[in-house]
Design a protein around this ligand. Structure first.
Ligand SMILES: C[S@@+](CC[C@H](N)C(=O)[O-])C[C@H]1O[C@@H](n2cnc3c(N)ncnc32)[C@H](O)[C@@H]1O
Length: 465
């Protein structure tokens, strides 16, 4: 009797499990179908030949072809593997002192041999950026591609979208010739990259800072004894360093905060979306990572809604949700008094890649916020003194003793460009609280596994100890 009873319960449970499984599988199938649907077939594989041969047909098709951003054709889960790969990063993946010994930092006189002079640290350090690291920029591009394409390099006369209109005939021809399967928006996305990097119709779009480099920098300093938890970024760009900070936070089991500052209105539309997605994947409270919409060299304390700061500035322009009184700071590993935005002198590092003077125009002249860009109304000397040096002074006030100012900035490789790097290094000598410690570098591994001979510097100063 008892056996029968258990048998019935067992069978019932089995039915429930089977039923749930069927429902789950169906849900997954529907989600899968949705994911596929976002990317559209434009030319079926079977029609490929006729499109290649028939100019009229191709012209008709090209008339309506528009560039689709990654977020229009994919779901955010396209970045999940990139997040995972960043989490698996180890410092030794980056280290290669042999290479820096012979490296030459492009276009910066007197720096043929980069070195780092901090007690206990390696004298030479180069971050090798592999192709895998480079693909992780997709984490940022997924959310910010639009803003990267609003930005225009000075030497390009067209915006990216104008270039696409001119290049789309070549893009579709190349795709029809070389891509396998149906031609979808994703194929166009990939072949747009291939054509822009090619010789026939090259286009230099604004670059994206590799989030892995930021992560490597935080790991490097922390590993050799400068604890990195409070991170400041004078020019947040499109958010690569914030991504590095979030991953770093996960690696050290919480307690990191990131405060970025940037006046580009476009990027601000997407920072929180990007941050919230990554934080939700890693189960991290996103409030500890913030970007303020301001010029770094100006006073932005009134935008920081810590109660103490509000009182001091007497202004009440708080960003809703920025300082959420209900957050249990202890739970996310923060003391209440060191929430992300507080301007207290205890940042461990200021790491940034500010504009390379006029190399890239982030906000088109005449549009909202353009006047806040650091280069507006500046010649090279006034830009060095009124933006870079003022920002470095400000940073030194915000760092704790022993904290690091790390800045990736270099002279433009353009023949006609003004060389400002020497001016920066020279003028920074007058900042009494900062001691120049030399530099570390990063360079890219090419597709064929060889290393590029362009070494990019990250200049290091330390708040004197
Ligand atoms: C995108 S980053 C530079 C990227 C870098 N060259 C790279 O690709 O590695 C430069 C950022 O500086 C920001 N910027 C311009 N003027 C600024 C200012 N006054 N204060 C802070 N950030 C500023 C721009 O809006 C831009 O987002």
């Amino acid at each position: 009797m008892l056996f029968n009873y258990f048998l019935i319960v067992f069978l019932l449970l089995l039915c429930i499990i089977l039923f749930c499984n069927i429902i789950l599988q169906k849900a997954e199938r529907t989600a899968g179908a949705e994911k596929k649907d976002k990317d559209k077939i434009l030319i079926k594989e079977a029609d490929r030949e006729s499109y290649l041969k028939d100019i009229k047909k191709r012209k008709e098709f090209l008339k309506t072809l528009k560039y689709k951003y990654l977020r229009e054709i994919m779901y955010p889960n396209v970045i999940d593997d990139n997040i995972k790969s960043m989490l698996n990063t180890q410092l030794k993946n980056y280290e290669d002192s042999e290479i820096t010994k012979t490296s030459i930092i492009q276009h910066t006189e007197n720096f043929t041999k980069p070195y780092l002079d901090i007690k206990g640290f390696p004298k030479q350090y180069n971050i090798i950026v592999t192709q895998e690291h480079l693909t992780n920029t997709i984490i940022v591009d997924y959310f910010q591609e639009k803003c990267r394409f609003i930005c225009k390099r000075k030497e390009e006369k067209d915006t990216f979208l104008q270039w696409f209109e001119k290049a789309k005939t070549l893009i579709i021809k190349t795709a029809l010739k070389f891509a396998s399967g149906d031609i979808t928006y994703k194929t166009i996305y990939n072949y747009t990259k291939i054509v822009s990097h090619g010789q026939l119709l090259p286009y230099y779009s604004c670059t994206e800072f590799v989030p892995d480099i930021a992560l490597a920098v935080f790991m490097f300093f922390d590993n050799y004894g400068i604890r990195i938890r409070r991170i400041l970024d004078m020019s947040a760009g499109r958010g690569s360093r914030m991504v590095g900070a979030i991953i770093w936070n996960k690696m050290v089991n919480g307690g990191c905060t990131y405060l970025g500052v940037d006046p580009d209105p476009c990027s601000h539309k997407y920072y929180n979306e990007m941050r919230d997605y990554i934080c939700s994947k890693l189960n991290i409270n996103p409030e500890a990572f913030q970007v303020i919409n301001s010029e770094f060299e100006k006073d932005f304390t009134h935008l920081l809604p810590s109660p103490e700061i509000k009182e001091k500035s007497g202004k009440n322009e708080t960003k809703p949700g920025f300082f959420n009184e209900e957050i249990d700071w202890k739970k996310i590993g923060l003391k209440e008094e060191i929430a992300a935005g507080d301007v207290v002198n205890d940042y461990d590092i200021m790491f940034s890649s500010p504009p390379y003077f006029d190399l890239e125009v982030y906000v088109p002249p005449g549009t909202e916020g353009a006047e806040k860009q650091s280069i507006v109304g500046s010649d090279c000397d006034s830009w060095v003194n009124n933006f870079i040096i003022v920002s470095m002074r400000k940073t030194s006030n915000m760092l704790r003793d022993g904290g690091v100012l790390a800045m990736n900035i270099e002279n433009s490789q353009r023949e006609d460009a003004v060389h400002y790097m020497e001016k920066i290094l020279d003028a920074a000598k007058d900042i009494e609280t900062l001691k120049f410690r030399g530099c570390i570098t990063f360079n890219n591994k090419r597709y064929d596994g060889t290393l590029s001979n362009i070494f990019h510097p990250i200049w290091i100063w330390q708040k004197h100890v």
